[in-house]
Design a protein around this ligand. Structure first.
Ligand code: MN
Ligand code: MN
Length: 287
């Protein structure tokens, strides 16, 4: 294959940074991954595979080519230097929010959400979080490290506080995490999206950051991730949930934890690309 034919931008995201309302960028960092690493390859692999998608979404009846979206490429992140990597991501997020644009980040492991949510909170003090994941990600620390993809929403809670984080699809975590959340700190809807509608109604008009860890999907459709967890949601359930969230004021979003090389069929990457397109549509539709 002639590499000149490989897309350098995610499908249909050709606007300049200045013209764009939405900025896609990659944060290819997997330095704190607890099990199988490889998410650093996600953004570039998704760009290449996105050529198999259409720019038109039949789910939203919307063509992303009709909107101003910039794919800003990948950040250069120093592997093994967690804090420096997070600082670089935060700088990028600040630049985007300061320009009154909305970020849609491709991870990377889930820890990369932390600096973007920090900047979102700086801009929107009434920020609320919608988080889809198989895992609670509420550990206080992992092997003594407070900065871990398994503790990312505990670190978010440190500054955002109680009743701001809403998790769905959760089916794995320590007993301590589930019990701590239940004390009124973090809302957890286990296994599915049963109470999503009710929560979305309660967040109407508020600024919302939307984070999707792809392992919320069942491993039968998303084997390309570091920590697969059986019993996940189906693709159609996830699309319907994204449509539900699209009625909210989404000020930023991310899609994380695709680890493309664990699925040699390429299906996981193709699924991730489609989810990214629908997340973009969700942000566009209520902009
Ligand atoms: Mn996660
Ligand atoms: Mn997860």
């Amino acid at each position: 294959m002639n590499v000149n034919y490989l897309p350098k931008k995610f499908l249909g995201c050709e606007s300049s940074f200045e013209d764009a309302d939405f900025i896609i960028f990659g944060a290819p960092f997997d330095g704190t991954t607890t099990f199988r690493p490889g998410t650093r390859f996600a953004p570039q692999t998704m760009r290449i595979e996105s050529i198999g998608l259409e720019t038109y979404s039949p789910y939203f009846d919307l063509d992303i080519e009709d909107y101003n979206v910039n794919d800003n490429g990948d950040l250069d992140l120093p592997f093994g230097a967690t804090q420096s990597a997070l600082d670089i991501i935060q700088e990028q997020a600040k630049k985007i929010f300061d320009s009154n644009k909305k970020p849609l980040m491709i991870g990377g492991e889930h820890l990369v959400s932390l600096p973007v949510i920090k900047e979102a909170f700086n801009k929107y003090p009434d920020l609320h979080i919608i988080h889809f994941d198989a895992h609670t990600d509420l550990r206080e620390e992992y092997l003594g490290e407070k900065l871990s993809h398994s503790s990312v929403f505990k670190r978010v809670w440190d500054f955002i506080g109680d009743n701001k984080i809403y998790q769905f699809g959760i089916r794995s975590g320590t007993k301590e995490e589930f019990y701590w959340a239940k004390e009124g700190h973090v809302y957890i809807n286990k296994f599915n999206f049963d109470t999503l509608k009710e929560i979305v109604n309660s967040l109407n008009g508020k600024p919302v950051y939307f984070s999707i860890d792809l392992d919320v999907l069942d491993p039968s459709i998303m084997s390309g991730t570091g920590t697969t967890e059986a019993g996940g949601v189906s693709f159609n359930e996830l699309i319907n949930a994204i449509k539900e969230v699209s009625t909210l004021n989404i000020i930023g979003a991310d899609i994380v934890e695709l680890s493309p090389h664990y699925d040699h069929s390429g299906v996981s990457t193709a699924v991730a690309c489609k989810i990214l397109r629908e997340m973009l549509c969700a942000m566009i539709t209520n902009n």
